[in-house]
Design a protein around this ligand. Sequence first.
Ligand SMILES: C[C@H](O)[C@H](O)[C@H]1CNC2=NC(N)=NC(=O)C2=N1
Length: 102
Amino acid sequence: MAVEPLSRDDIEARLADLPGWSVTDDERLTRTYSFGGHPAAAGMVAHIAQIQEELNHHSDIALGYNKVTVSVNTHSVGGKVTEMDFALARRIEAIASAHDAQ
Ligand SMILES: C[C@H](O)[C@H](O)[C@H]1CNC2=NC(N)=NC(=O)C2=N1
């Protein structure tokens, strides 16, 4: 997969297919999920970690009582949002319903 920073237009087009995700002012693709409790939230974190190892692309994940926040950009291009970040976000979205993530 080519690794180049995405333009603002490319980012907006991809975000349109990822409700709940946004890009912060410091160029991180992020979403917060809510859960029924802590074990469910922790289970989602473990599953995300598996996916990240598979993709060799890793977000920063914050685990709270019943929330998980994922935040990612691509280190190898100096901390910009790339297609690799969106590929990870799509994989996370694909498992969210199995974890009852809101
Ligand atoms: C050596 C290894 O492939 C790299 O360090 C990978 C690992 N995970 C990564 N994760 C993220 N978010 N960005 C990267 O550039 C990156 N690079």
